[in-house]
Design a protein around this ligand. Structure first.
Ligand code: ADQ
Length: 459
């Protein structure tokens, strides 16, 4: 196996548990080949620092057999590339939220500049037979930049977020440039069959693709292979976290506090793609339509702070606070509240305890590339008495997890009906569904994903 080089916006030390399953899986492949991981350091340097502007400083660090190489960004580049183009244009549009995109601000210059700078910085670190794996929407034009500098190595790209239908994609003024840039890769991986269909329709209708066979597309005078590789979690790692001290402590505390009540859980970044206001409205509808849940069902919603300097995220935060206040105010009792909303991150080692204490998980994004919380919830359950997953049909995970209760999150009454079903599902049905879900996430785990992508890239 050739040496693996991973390039992503952020770099994580794969030896740390807090880094999560993706970092562990990439770390595994990097370790096996003595690989290199390149990305932004997370540091922002002042623009007045002329030296840093001309030649960003490269920080190199060893993590076992893996080399971590990072560069700083100037404030201006960070704002245009990261906050602006990546999270103010690509993130909303790729999640179908044209209304939230800010097309006019000229962020694209910063996006191109940082991609070019990444290419210039990583190029001297490359060896002739390296395999390069680029991650996510921040770095779509990276291969094009690398090719223009003479890079001939195989380069693959994986998009962690959805790829929208052609007419939505076409709202981005530079849409053709973005899709053309993908054709500088040898392989593009997407999360789902739906994303793959959208890509195919785009190149047929917008780029007059000539032929497509065997996952190969030719357009813009180039040929590209595009496949779906649904990402998974490290099921064994998660199962062992579940047995750990922190998770067991959390489980015991929750069981103690909610002994005679039913617990529902939601764990998300505070992001408008995750359907949080819709989820709270479904809870309100549950209490209205099925009053037996009053004084009984409680949703613990953990929403970790995310991208707080992007305007749309602050509006959402206020909206959630208003909804929680109104639902708790209307339905709460002296000793019971229907919603416990926590605007914080929960330690990764505690999460499995929270999942296991919950009878139902609400994973109801309006759009999501995959959604790993759905898979983590399944992995953390007690097989003898498992909880039920209520899952949005608009999460990439819904293509695989057919044994969850699939819902339309825009339909609050329909979602409330599904929650009611989940809360009262007989043990036998819970077990059957859980066994099938667990078999699925075991077969298509994060190691499978990593191996399949890299095998395909090497072919
Ligand atoms: P995200 O949008 O971040 O990822 P997700 O797949 O759910 O979404 O992964 C989130 C991870 O962070 C999970 O491991 C979860 O446990 C953790 N997490 C989330 N909220 C947390 C909280 N409040 N406290 C503690 N931990 C929390 C993007 C795409 C997804 C895709 C992944 C991987 O948007 O669709 O599944 O990448 O490709």
């Amino acid at each position: 196996m050739p040496r693996l080089v991973v390039v992503s916006n952020r770099v994580a030390d794969p030896r740390k548990t807090a880094a999560g399953g993706l970092a562990v899986a990439l770390g595994e492949a990097l370790n096996a080949t003595g690989g290199l991981w390149f990305g932004w350091s997370g540091n922002i340097v002042e623009k007045t620092d002329a030296a840093a502007q001309a030649q960003p400083q490269l920080h190199v660090q060893r993590a076992g057999d893996v080399t971590l190489a990072t560069v700083d960004l100037t404030q201006e580049d960070h704002d245009a590339y990261y906050l602006g183009y990546s999270n103010g244009v690509l993130w909303p549009v790729f999640h179908y939220r044209l209304d939230l995109a800010d097309f006019d601000a000229g962020y694209i210059g910063g996006y191109r500049r940082v991609n070019r700078m990444f290419a210039q910085q990583v190029l001297p670190l490359l060896r002739p037979d390296d395999l390069i794996w680029v991650h996510d929407y921040h770095l779509i034009p990276l291969a094009e930049e690398l090719r223009s500098l003479g890079c001939r190595q195989r380069i693959g790209f994986f998009l962690h977020i959805p790829l929208p239908p052609p007419l939505i994609m076409a709202a981005i003024p530079a849409h053709e440039w973005l899709i053309r840039a993908l054709f500088a890769y040898d392989l593009v991986g997407l999360q789902s069959q739906t994303d793959l269909n959208h890509f195919a329709r785009y190149v047929y209708t917008e780029a007059q693709a000539e032929q497509a066979a065997d996952g190969r597309f030719s357009a813009f005078g180039r040929e590209l292979r595009v496949q779906a590789f649904p990402i998974g979690i490290d099921v064994d790692e998660f199962a062992s976290l579940t047995q750990g001290r922190e998770a067991q402590e959390t489980l015991a505390t929750m069981r103690d506090q909610y002994a005679k009540r039913r617990l529902l859980v939601g764990v998300d970044r505070l992001d408008y793609s995750k359907g949080l206001p819709q989820r709270l409205r479904a809870m309100r509808s549950l209490l209205q339509r099925y009053p037996g849940n009053c004084n009984s069902a409680t949703l613990i919603q953990i929403a970790s702070p995310s991208r707080e300097t992007v305007g749309a995220y602050n509006d959402l935060r206020r909206q959630l606070e208003g909804l929680c206040g109104s639902i708790n105010g209307n339905y709460g009792e002296l000793d019971w509240m229907p919603i416990r909303y926590i605007h914080r991150t929960v330690a990764r080692k505690r999460l499995p305890g929270l999942y296991r204490a919950s009878r139902v998980a609400l994973v109801t994004p309006l759009r999501d590339g995959m959604n790993l919380v759905a898979k983590e919830f399944i992995a953390a359950q007690d097989e003898a008495d498992p909880g039920v997953l209520v899952l949005s049909r608009f999460a990439g995970a819904a293509e695989q997890l057919r044994d969850a209760l699939l819902v339309n999150p825009y339909d609050s009454d329909g979602t409330a009906d599904a929650i009611q079903h989940a809360l009262h599902m007989p043990l036998e049905e819970r077990q059957t569904r859980h066994q099938r879900l667990l078999a699925n996430i075991r077969e298509y785990d994060v190691h499978w994903w990593q191996r399949r992508f890299l095998e395909s890239l090497q072919q």
